[in-house]
Ligand binder design. Structure first.
Ligand code: UFG
Length: 345
């Protein structure tokens, strides 16, 4: 058993658990699975492969192809594997698409999520770590954003995640389901095995690196007239391994209570231009940019205060230098030029 975190609740690191990872074939879920296995837990991945990649599932994890809306399949997996906790990452996560197709987001992220909660309730599984988002805050009243700020999502993606969080609160008080809701800021970077390969890709860092690799002509900068240090949007990039490790720490609190944590590196964040400049430095390649209009719904600055999870669980990001994050994503891209070999970019 690997002990990595001096600050972790002893229960979480000493007890090997049987954990269901929904969305474990996706970008974040595959790394969470990898870290669970590294930490000595047993993982069962449940994913319908609508966006995930079978090849991304850790070879030591069991894999079940299934949909969140299939309650019978979920109950079967929970019972057969004697699951003790669920990490729920299966969701649609394209902000722009959620605006044009909200039905898809409510159906999968909320109705599908409720189907999972009902299956857990019927099978007596009472621990859940939920993959939430800073999109619950919308345009924040102040930065850094802490968990006390009001929720005011500006798109159906954020709304669907917040609606699920609200259901969690009532499932806790009525049924004793304990949850830790982790509100991610901008997940980025890669491990040696797993990296970011969405289709379509909308995220800044993979688009920038694909441009550096010559797979794209140029990267667009969506707006340079924001009230920030260089006019482009500021975001809080968090390495996927730091993010994944927070999930393992969060397991430790679930026997005591439910809670919500922000997850980012804080500080000053990085502007879009700083990300592109750092990618130029890391890759040594030219990256052509083109100015484009603002992307609707983009807040100027999103930077987390993660003091709560640091204080309560001893979480500390280990890879907060943007160069390290981008280097890991670049190394993965160079080693996997056609991703998981199922889709070409
Ligand atoms: N950007 C560009 N050009 C691109 C892509 C992105 O300039 O081609 C900019 C965006 O406008 C934004 C920044 O780069 O300012 C980061 O954009 P991403 O799409 O990589 O990430 P977001 O900050 O939009 O999204 C993140 C999470 C979402 C979450 C959202 C909340 O990935 O899950 O924050 O606003 F919903």
């Amino acid at each position: 058993m690997v002990i990595r975190f001096p600050g972790v609740n002893a229960w979480a690191r000493e007890k090997s658990m049987r954990i269901l990872v929904t969305g474990g074939a996706g970008y974040i879920g595959s790394v969470v699975t990898e870290e669970l296995i590294n930490a000595g837990h047993q993982a069962v991945v449940y994913d319908n492969l609508s966006y995930g990649h079978r090849e991304a599932v850790h070879p030591s994890a069991a894999f079940v192809k299934g949909d969140l809306l299939d309650g019978e399949a979920l109950r079967g997996v929970l019972r057969e594997n004697e699951i003790e906790a669920v990490m729920h990452m299966a969701a649609f996560a394209l902000v722009g698409e959620s605006v044009t197709h909200p039905a898809k987001y409510y159906q999968n992220n909320l109705v599908g999520g409720l189907s999972l909660l009902n299956a857990m309730r019927e099978c007596g599984v009472k621990r859940l770590v939920f993959s939430s988002t800073c999109a619950t805050y919308g345009e924040p009243a102040k930065v850094p954003i802490d968990e006390s700020l009001p929720n005011n999502p500006t798109n159906p993606y954020g709304e669907s995640k917040l609606a699920f969080e609200r259901a969690l609160k009532w499932f806790d008080s009525a049924y004793g389901l304990r949850y830790a809701s982790l509100r991610y800021f901008n997940a980025a970077g890669a491990t040696e095995r797993c990296g970011e390969m969405h289709d379509p890709e909308t995220h800044l860092i993979p688009l920038v690196l694909q441009t550096a690799a010559g797979a794209r002509e140029e990267v667009q900068i969506f707006g340079d007239d924001y009230p920030t240090r260089d006019g482009t949007c500021v975001r809080d990039y968090i390495h996927i391994v730091d993010l994944a490790r927070a999930h393992i720490l969060a397991l430790g609190i679930l026997d005591e209570r439910s809670t919500i944590y922000n997850l980012g590196c804080g500080g000053d964040g990085y502007t879009v231009r700083e990300v592109i400049d750092t990618a130029r430095e890391v890759t040594g390649r030219e990256i052509k940019v083109r100015m484009a209009p603002r992307r609707p719904g983009d807040p100027a600055v999103l930077v987390a205060s993660s003091e709560k999870i640091k204080r309560e669980l001893g979480w500390e990001p280990q890879f907060q230098d943007l160069r390290v994050i981008i280097q890991s994503a670049w190394d993965w891209l160079v080693a996997h030029p056609i991703g998981f070999q199922v889709k070409k970019w």
